[in-house]
Ligand binder design. Structure first.
Ligand SMILES: Cc1ncc(COP(=O)(O)O)c(C=O)c1O
Length: 364
């Protein structure tokens, strides 16, 4: 009997990593400090160095990061915010949570927001745009920033999937006014629970974000704005500090696996392969293929014990809470054809070759 290939199984962390994580847990337990502390400060410092950001504000998750970014820029009722039709729901959810209106934009051939459509969707109320570096592939930020600056439009990068991606040596999240990261466990750098962070270049915005994540306090018991509790757990900060030194090697492994897929699958003319994976501006978070036979292919892979996923089966403006009567033909087509193959540092070469073999055997 063949063994199942999971889409992602975090129990596959190598044993030395598990040991490091256990000892970090013990250290924190012995210290007895579970909120804030030097682990959080160390994480923010290390992230700042890696991303080359003067300000890093850790927080509870990527969704909160996006929402706090909008609040810090005072975007709310009466404002429009451009968001891609194809993303994880958080990107649009946060816009409505602050009282603003999401203006959906269709995607390009890579599933990223189509920069050619910006002039068609912009309104006099457009205050911000949230480009999403979907699947880890960065949006062309030079072009986007030039467009946004001309229109006095703020840019909040949704880099939740793009930690480790750099365009012209600038990290995802560092082009815009603010960048938002998620360290959800399945991300390239994932905690053992929920976690996130914001980056920005402006000190006063960073100070405001720190207040927003901590009940609007400028100092203990002095609440000067309305905030929330979105502090990162000390444990999660500690675990991320353990995982950060492994990150580079895991990125190399992701790129290596992606190359096997590209080489092994390039002859299949019924399959569209992702582009730009070898570039530093793609962190190979997901390996997303597309075919008009998607559902049959997914089933065939399942019958062969290979787990896959769909990111995402429905464009956001087609979901009932976000209904937009406009048409998003590319996003819709994409949502029907895309399939994410397993890609993570813990897959063996043998498993990757087996997936390719099964794909080659697929008959439609
Ligand atoms: C594109 C995108 N935006 C936002 C988020 C939200 O991050 P979190 O799950 O940490 O709230 C995610 C995470 O899944 C994401 O993929």
């Amino acid at each position: 009997m063949i063994s199942k290939i999971p889409f992602l199984n975090l129990a596959r962390f190598p044993e030395p990593v598990k040991e490091d994580l256990r000892s970090k847990f013990d250290q924190i337990l012995d210290k007895g400090i579970f909120s804030g502390s030097d682990e959080v400060l160390l994480l923010e410092k290390q992230l700042g160095e890696y991303l080359d950001s003067p300000h890093v504000v850790s927080c509870a998750n990527g969704t909160d990061a996006l929402e706090m970014a909008l609040r810090a820029l005072e975007i709310g009722i009466g404002d429009d915010v451009i968001v891609p039709a194809m993303s994880w729901v958080s990107t649009a959810e946060v816009v409505l949570l602050v009282g603003a209106k999401p203006i959906f934009i269709d995607t390009d051939d890579n599933g990223l927001l189509d920069l050619n459509l910006l002039d068609q969707v912009v309104t006099s109320k457009t205050k911000a745009i949230i480009p999403v570096h979907l699947y880890g592939k960065m949006v062309d930020m030079e072009t986007l920033m030039a467009w946004a600056r001309k229109r006095n439009c703020k840019v909040i990068e949704d880099a939740a999937q793009a930690f480790g991606a750099f365009q012209n040596k600038i990290s995802a999240g560092m082009y815009g006014d603010m960048g938002c990261f998620s360290f959800y466990p399945s991300k390239n750098l994932g905690a053992l629970g929920e976690a996130g962070a914001l980056v920005c270049k402006d000190k006063s915005i960073a100070e405001k974000l720190k207040m927003l994540r901590n009940h609007g306090q400028i100092q203990r018991d002095k609440h000067i704005i309305i905030g929330r509790n979105s502090r990162i757990d000390t444990l999660q900060a500690g675990f991320l500090n353990v995982l950060l030194p492994y990150f580079g090697a895991w990125q190399d492994r992701r790129k290596f696996i992606a190359q096997i897929y590209l080489d092994q699958l390039k002859a299949l003319d019924w399959l569209k392969l992702p582009l730009g994976l070898e570039s530093p501006s793609h962190n190979v978070h997901l390996f997303v293929i597309s075919t008009t036979f998607r559902d049959q292919l997914k089933q065939f892979l399942k019958e062969n014990e290979i787990e896959t996923a769909i990111h995402y089966p429905l464009p956001i403006p087609l979901m009932s809470p976000y209904k937009d009567p406009k048409e998003f033909p590319k996003s819709l087509k994409m949502s029907k054809e895309i399939l994410s193959l397993p890609l993570n540092p813990w897959l063996s070469d043998e498993e990757v070759y087996r997936i390719c073999d099964v794909l080659r055997r697929f008959k439609f």
